[in-house]
Design a protein around this ligand. Sequence first.
Ligand SMILES: Nc1ncnc2c1ncn2[C@@H]1O[C@H](COP(=O)(O)OP(=O)(O)OP(=O)(O)O)[C@@H](O)[C@H]1O
Length: 227
Amino acid sequence: MSDLMLELTGIVKSYNRGKPGQVDVLRGADLQLKSGEVVALVAPSGAGKSTLLHIAGLLDTPNAGTVRLGGAELTGKSDRSRTATRRQDVGFIYQFHHLLPEFTAVENITLPQLANGISQRAATARAQDLLARVGLQDRGHHRPAALSGGEQQRVAFCRALANQPRVLLADEPTGNLDPGTSDQVFGALMELVAGTGMSALIATHNMELAARMDRMVRLENGVLVTV
Ligand SMILES: Nc1ncnc2c1ncn2[C@@H]1O[C@H](COP(=O)(O)OP(=O)(O)OP(=O)(O)O)[C@@H](O)[C@H]1O
């Protein structure tokens, strides 16, 4: 069996924007992520990194090319099947936490597990365990508004990992934080991912953070090149 967890082959994506016409964002992008590999995605602003992450995470479909997750080809599958795979196998982290404001930290991490059929008791235990791993064991009962930016983002990491996805996709996960907090919060993310066997593709503008990952790829003129 192949040890490739995520495989993007020949991904093409264009947007038709009326005037001034079509924008070819991805022009045959290839990427292979092995199990357990943490890869930095670097790109100038507007190069198409969010587009690439959305396609890799089955939130968007390419005009051409294939997406394989754990060896299974997903490009031609129904929306329903892609949604089921995404819920089970993919975790997302964005620049902004997107936590639900009316729910506590524990509840925010519990909800996606309940949606996947996990019992309340097991989901709560897992939420508390994840929070302890990012140093927030005493903050579980707080709502997002009562947490600092760095704490909110650490809760968002726990939520993304709640269902033990096989692939983690992150779009500037520390982009909203000041440099010191960013460094610390990124360390918490790396500790959460370490040893899980999960593969991660993490977009960042921060070259120091990129250098802490297993390797780096750059999105340039619609294709991915190894740095
Ligand atoms: N739905 C859309 N319709 C038309 N154009 C789009 C659409 N989504 C993205 N684009 C264009 O595609 C290009 C790539 O966008 P994308 O958001 O993927 O870039 P990015 O690298 O993530 O940028 P940033 O770092 O600034 O977030 C941009 O020129 C953007 O304007």
